[in-house]
Design a protein around this ligand. Structure first.
Ligand code: 13P
Length: 385
């Protein structure tokens, strides 16, 4: 065996220093630490330039008082939204509604996540959507996963597909104007869930996705969503969230993912439980955590986000929003597929954006004026995106 210290002359000194003169590690520990040290430094996953680019994109996305609009519903999911207001799920109607959203000021946003189809559509004025968004100083994101697939032999648990060809797709999306990506994994709580298999599998696939995105200059949003479905209590949910997040960050480390160039998109619960779970598991090097709304009503999601930002505990990351349902429900309800309602729909959308901007600073207080659409639960059992 090689003498371990010759490769890493400062290591033993550092361990002595940390231990106040008493060695903190045995010689065997030092061999292990030295080997880890050698591994990461001999085969760097990213160049300094790549890291700089990724961390500057991630920093732009966590600007204070701003958040992300998740407008990346697949064709099928958008169909369900449109069906609720009796609007046909045609390519033109999907384009029209997205145009309605994107042609507002989008002042409270730093990022918009698109679905593949939308990335290649144009505004009413004939301008490609990525350009419309970028011209407002907003970062363009893209959903890159291909939906869930069952984990056989489990209580209905899933993994998420889409790794095949992902690198090539990411390279193309980067060329086409995207700077970040999203991949949603879904976990559930029941007597037997989340199982060890589902935790390990979803953590690993998120890490593979994140690593591939970073190689292609896209900041990965890492989304391990734990569904609210079930009759479990808050404690159980917090426990599951901690176990899932701990596994995700172990996998990201194993895959040499550069955390400063990532964002986390988790479920949110009652504020104190949420912040406690995050403090126990999410490294301080992660620049921001942008919550999904997960079927809460628009108003509930905003109030919870605001409460999270008022918790008197250290929070080393920005805590903001990346809502889908909780940013679009009032707008869809106001629109009803009628061109004459366009302005009313835009006003509803902008009003939610302003409220969530306040919430991301912990400054939103209920006014009691939220309308019917904003109070309505947006929950769907076993939600697919
Ligand atoms: P909801 O806010 O509707 O839960 O969805 C956000 C999202 O992007 C889920 O992947």
């Amino acid at each position: 065996m090689q003498a371990p210290f010759s490769r890493c002359p400062f290591l033993i000194g550092e361990l002595y220093l940390l231990g106040g003169g008493t060695p903190l590690a045995s010689a065997a520990d030092v061999v292990t630490i030295t080997q880890t040290y050698k591994m990461t430094h001999q085969y760097p996953a990213l160049s300094p330039e790549q890291k700089r680019e990724l961390s500057s994109i991630a920093q732009r996305i966590v600007a204070p008082g701003k958040g992300i609009l998740a407008a990346d519903e697949s064709v099928g999911t958008m169909g369900k939204r449109l069906q609720k207001i009796n609007v046909e799920n045609s390519e033109e109607n999907r384009r029209y509604f997205r145009d309605l959203l994107f042609s507002t000021g989008l002042g409270e946003y730093v990022g918009v996540i698109l679905f593949h189809e939308t990335l290649y559509q144009k505004s009413d004025a004939g301008v490609a959507f990525p350009k419309v968004i970028k011209d407002k100083g907003i970062v363009v994101g893209i959903k890159v996963d291909k939906g869930t697939a069952g984990l056989n032999g489990t209580d209905g648990e899933t993994t998420t597909q889409g790794l095949d060809g992902l690198s090539e797709r990411c390279a193309q999306y980067k060329k086409d104007g995207c700077d970040f990506a999203k991949w949603r994994c879904v976990l559930k709580i029941s007597d037997a869930c989340p199982s060890a298999l589902s935790i390990a599998e979803n953590a690993n696939v998120l890490a593979r996705y994140a690593s591939i995105c970073q190689q292609n200059g896209l900041v990965p949003i890492v989304e391990p969503e734990i569904l609210p479905d079930g009759d479990h209590d808050l404690q159980r949910c917090q426990y599951a969230t901690e176990k899932v997040l701990a596994a995700v960050y172990k996998a990201l480390s194993d895959h040499h993912v550069y955390l400063e160039g990532t964002l986390l998109k988790p479920n949110m619960e009652v504020a104190m439980a949420t912040v406690t779970a995050l403090r126990r598991t999410v490294p301080a090097s992660v620049p921001g955590i942008c919550f999904l709304s997960g079927g809460q009503s628009e108003e509930e999601a905003s109030l919870n986000l605001s409460a999270i930002n008022q918790i008197p505990l250290g929070r080393p990351w920005k805590l903001s929003f990346s809502f889908g349902r909780a940013l679009q429900a009032s707008a869809l309800a106001a629109w009803q597929g009628q061109p004459g309602n366009r302005q009313a729909a835009q006003e509803a959308f902008c009003s939610r954006a302003k409220i969530n901007s306040l919430a991301s600073k912990g400054e939103y207080r209920p006014t009691g004026e939220a309308d019917q659409a904003a109070m309505q639960s947006l929950y769907t059992a076993s939600y697919v995106y």
